[in-house]
Design a protein around this ligand. Structure first.
Ligand code: AFP
Length: 355
C-alpha cells in the first residue's frame, strides 16, 4: 500500500465538517460503504454463493425478485436499523416506507434506495449496482410519507455502487462528484476519481432501441439524427450502447460522457416512464449534475419534480449537458407545434404525452 491514499472516511471527514448534521452524514456514508462491501462480496461469489436465481415473490412494481435483490435489501435495512443515524427508509423492494425504531437512535436522515439495480443482469454476470438518496428527517417526530416526497434538489447526499470488474462507490454531498474504488485486500474504499466531470459534448447515446416505435417524436428525431451520422445535421458519427443496467450506463457517462435515455413512451401509456424517481432518477441526476451534466424528463428538470408517491415513475434523459439541452429543445419544438416532421398516427394526439 503506497502512502498518501485518501480513504472514503478521510475524504468525508475533510468534506463534511462544521456541524453535527455534517458529521452524522459522514458517519452514515461510512455505514453505507460497509453495506456496499457486504453486497459486493455476495455478488462476486456468483454461482459459488447460492445467491443467483429468482424467488417466487414479486416487489411492489410486480417484478419477480431475485435472491440477491432480497439479500441486498436486507443488508441495507440492517445497516440503517443498526446505525442509529436514520429515522426511516424507503426501498424499491418494500411497498411502504418503514420507520426505524426510535430506541435504535434518533436518526436525523431518511434513506431511500434501490438495493440492487439492474438485477435482471445478475444471472448473466453483467454489472449491477446499488443506488441511494439521503434526505433530512423531520425534527422531533416520526416521519410520515410526505417527509419522503421531497424534490430531488433537497437531497443531502446521493450516490451509487457499481459491482463490476472493480467495485466502485460514487458519491456527492453537493460538493462535486467523487469516485472511490474498493481495495478488496485491505477492505477500504480509496479515492481514485476526484471531481468527476461529464464532458458537455458527446458522440455516444444509450437507449433501448427496441422501444423505438413507442417513442415520442422528439426522441425519434434525436436518435434518427444520431444514427444518420456525419452526412446529416449532427455532422458526426455516433456510437450506441445499452447495458440495461442504469448504474453501469451512468457510470460510463461519468467516465467519458454520453447521454442516457429512458423516455416516456406508448408501450404502456399508464406509466409515465420505466425508471423510478425517488431511488433511480433523483440520486443519479444529483450525481450527474454535480459532475456538470444535466438530468431532465425532456420537459422539466428532474430535481425540481415534487413527487406524488414513493414508487413514482418518470422519463429520464441524463448526461452530457449539450445533448440533454438539445433533447429538451426538441421536446419544446414538438409541444409548440414548431416541429411537424412526424405525422405518425401513434403521435397524432399530443395530449397523450402532456405533462
Ligand atoms: P431491473 O433492476 O429490473 O433489471 O431494471 C433495471 C432498470 O431499472 C435500469 O437499471 C435499466 O436502465 C432499465 O431497467 C432497463 O430496462 P429495459 O430492460 O427495458 O431495457
Amino acid at each position: 500500500m503506497h502512502q498518501g491514499r485518501t480513504t472514503l472516511s478521510k475524504f468525508l471527514i475533510q468534506q463534511l465538517k462544521g456541524s453535527p448534521e455534517q458529521s452524522d452524514l459522514a458517519a452514515l456514508l461510512v455505514d453505507i460503504a460497509a453495506c456496499i462491501k457486504a453486497i459486493s462480496a455476495m455478488t462476486s461469489k456468483g454461482m459459488l454463493g447460492d445467491v443467483l436465481g429468482s424467488l417466487d415473490s414479486t416487489n411492489v412494481q410486480g417484478e419477480t425478485q431475485k435472491k440477491l435483490d432480497v439479500l441486498s435489501n436486507v443488508a441495507f435495512i440492517n445497516t440503517f436499523s443498526m446505525g442509529g443515524l436514520v429515522a426511516g427508509l424507503a426501498s424499491e423492494e418494500v411497498d411502504d416506507p418503514q420507520e426505524i425504531d426510535p430506541q435504535d437512535g434518533s436518526g436525523r436522515f431518511l434513506a431511500i434506495f434501490d438495493p440492487l439495480d439492474g438485477s435482471s443482469n445478475i444471472d448473466v454476470n453483467v454489472s449491477v449496482g446499488s443506488i441511494f438518496s439521503i434526505l433530512r428527517a423531520p425534527d422531533g417526530r416520526a416521519p410520515t410519507v410526505d417527509d419522503y416526497l421531497r424534490p430531488g434538489s433537497e437531497q443531502l447526499a446521493a450516490g451509487y455502487a457499481i459491482y463490476g470488474p472493480a467495485t466502485m462507490m460514487v458519491i456527492t454531498v453537493g460538493k462535486g462528484t467523487h469516485g472511490f474504488t474498493l481495495d478488496r485486500e485491505v477492505g477500504n474504499f480509496i479515492l481514485t476519481h476526484p471531481h468527476i466531470e461529464v464532458p458537455a459534448d458527446t458522440s455516444e447515446f444509450a437507449i433501448n432501441a427496441s422501444n423505438e416505435r413507442f417513442w415520442e417524436p422528439p426522441i425519434q428525431r434525436y436518435v434518427a439524427e444520431c444514427k444518420a451520422g456525419k452526412n446529416d445535421v449532427r455532422a458526426r458519427d455516433f456510437n450506441m450502447r445499452w447495458i440495461a443496467s442504469m448504474v453501469a450506463e451512468v457510470h460510463r457517462i461519468l467516465m467519458r460522457g454520453g447521454v442516457f435515455m429512458y423516455p416516456r413512451d406508448m408501450k404502456d401509456p399508464s406509466k409515465a416512464g420505466r425508471l423510478r424517481l425517488m431511488y433511480e432518477a433523483n440520486p443519479m441526476t444529483m450525481v450527474v449534475e454535480q459532475a456538470g451534466g444535466l438530468g431532465s424528463t425532456g420537459r422539466s428538470r428532474i430535481l425540481d419534480i415534487s413527487p406524488d408517491e414513493i414508487h413514482q415513475r418518470v422519463p429520464v434523459i441524463l448526461g452530457s449537458r449539450n445533448e440533454v439541452e438539445r433533447i429538451e429543445r426538441y421536446h419544446r419544438d414538438y409541444d409548440s407545434g414548431a416541429d411537424q416532421r412526424y405525422t405518425s398516427p401513434l403521435f397524432q394526439e399530443r395530449s397523450l404525452f402532456a405533462n
